[in-house]
Design a protein around this ligand. Structure first.
Ligand SMILES: [Zn+2]
Length: 192
């Protein structure tokens, strides 16, 4: 059965769980970067505001986005760790044989151009990173766009521009167009 709403059958997390998960992620990232120091590391998660971070819809969209990223990074992927079932939301890590600069550009391109890009966080890092993080604008991209209104996401987040209802509605719109897209793919395959 296909669920119609992003948060249908979802589960909530506490702030403590989110904080503990941040520690888990940081530890995981360090561990992976230490293992292959010359590689770039891509850390992938969903960008879903609020306490509900897991649901069948969130997982389905994560899986689709991850597939696109796997295809995009392709042969450069040396190692991949995926955890679909974290209560704080699905996450994945890719160790890449690709320069930090290129891996970042690819990650931003995905966030910017993929139909699900605005609800993904694709963070790229490397052990060799001197800490001088290249920003999106320095790499020739626009600032990150808010998935509700399309304006600068940082400004909307800082000023708490959107109500919970507004954000949920915007996520539902993204989810429903994802479902329509999946349906088209199924039909395309059926006519092949
Ligand atoms: Zn906004």
């Amino acid at each position: 059965m296909i669920l119609k709403h992003v948060f249908e059958n979802g589960s909530e997390v506490t702030l403590d769980q989110i904080l503990l998960n941040k520690e888990w992620r940081a530890h995981k990232q360090t561990q992976l970067m230490t293992r292959v120091p010359e590689a770039s590391l891509v850390s992938i998660k969903m960008n879903i505001p609020g306490a509900m971070k897991q649901s069948p819809a969130i997982l389905a969209m994560f899986q689709r986005g991850l597939k696109t990223l796997e295809h995009m990074y392709g042969q450069s992927i040396i190692d991949e760790t995926i955890d679909f079932d974290r209560p704080t939301g699905p996450e994945a890590f890719m160790v890449l044989n690709q320069s930090l600069h290129d891996a970042k550009i690819n990650g931003i391109r995905f966030e910017q151009t993929d139909s699900l890009g605005r609800i993904f966080d694709v963070d790229v890092m490397a052990a060799s990173d001197d800490g001088q993080q290249l920003s999106r604008t320095e790499l020739g991209f626009d600032t990150r766009k808010c998935f509700v209104c399309g304006e600068d996401a940082k400004i909307c987040a800082r000023s708490q521009q959107h109500s919970k209802t507004e954000m949920t509605e915007a996520l539902d719109v993204i989810y429903q167009s994802f479902l329509a897209d999946q349906g088209e793919r199924v039909n395309d395959n059926a006519t092949d």
